[in-house]
Design a protein around this ligand. Structure first.
Ligand SMILES: C[S@@+](CC[C@H](N)C(=O)[O-])C[C@H]1O[C@@H](n2cnc3c(N)ncnc32)[C@H](O)[C@@H]1O
Length: 268
């Protein structure tokens, strides 16, 4: 079932706020290409990138010679995606779509992937069912999901006490980083289900405060939490402190952090 309109509108507004394309380009520029390699994308493959944002995975997929559709709930991100694709000299088809109700027939794509994207659709079984449905039999599924214990999972846990309550029935995104959860969602509809824990190296922030200020300005979910706190300086100061501390605790030296994610691959 697609998301109710009010939930959809709110989620879209969250991801359109700030500057997500600059987050992808600055913080995780290699992650989409990692997923493309893991899925073995190549010339002539018909690929769907779900929750593609500004094309972090779709663009490197298209650069292999694949025929790529980038789908996302937030078409505001496509303008940046189009510019990035043009700069790379590749063609990508950009289409608005909800991961919980994809506008494609059964088995339409040979490879379906999502880089830290599908995990943000609130009803996990519905998006998992759609992921499988649009993948051709024998086709490849690939996901990169932030884990609950990794940095972004911990960032969401840090923001939770400051955030407004989520929509009814919404499940926490980082659950998609738990192999048991993913196994249950995909069940016997896939074979060759494999999990690998890896880390994104993030070394673009000199210290915790720099990380916090960048996310506070650019990362939609963080922007939205701060917006909900406006007029409450004490809680703003509390979240400011906690986010900077979180990044400082993850600093391995010289501002280098390693953010854990789960790489999931499967055959339909
Ligand atoms: C963290 S961004 C990831 C974007 C991109 N895949 C990347 O690697 O940079 C999460 C994306 O999920 C999208 N999204 C959130 N909920 C969605 C839904 N229900 N259906 C489709 N896209 C959704 C957002 O619009 C956003 O572009």
């Amino acid at each position: 079932m697609t998301l109710p309109l009010d939930v959809k509108t709110r989620q879209r507004a969250v991801w359109a706020s700030g500057d997500y394309p600059s987050v992808a380009a600055t913080v995780i520029p290699e992650l989409g290409a990692r997923l493309v390699r893991a899925c073995g994308v190549g010339p002539g493959d018909r690929v769907l990138d779900i929750a593609a944002g500004s094309g972090n995975a779709a663009i490197p997929a298209a650069a292999t010679g694949a025929d790529v559709v980038a789908s996302d709930l937030t078409p505001e991100l496509f303008e940046a995606g189009r510019a990035l694709a043009a700069a790379r000299g590749v063609d990508v088809t950009w289409e608005e779509g909800d991961a919980q109700g994809l506008p494609y027939p059964d088995g339409a794509f040979g490879i379906v992937l999502s880089c830290v994207g599908l995990m943000f659709a609130p009803h996990h079984q519905e998006s998992a069912d759609e992921l499988v449905r649009v993948t051709a039999r024998g086709g490849t599924i690939g996901l990169i999901n932030w884990t609950p214990a990794g940095f972004i999972g911990q960032m969401f846990a840090t923001m939770k006490p400051y955030a407004p309550p989520p929509p009814a029935g919404a499940q926490p995104p980082p659950l998609w980083g738990d192999p048991d959860h993913v196994r249950k969602l995909l069940g016997d509809k896939v074979s060759e289900l494999e999990f690998t824990r890896e880390h994104a190296v993030v070394d673009c922030f000199p210290d915790g405060a720099a990380f916090r200020d960048f996310f506070k300005t650019n990362y939609g979910p963080t922007v939205a939490v701060y917006k909900s706190l406006s007029g409450d300086p004490e809680r703003i100061a509390g979240l400011d402190r906690e986010l900077a501390d979180l990044a400082a605790r993850h600093d391995l030296g010289g501002g280098r952090m390693e953010w854990e994610y789960l790489l999931v691959t499967a055959r339909r």
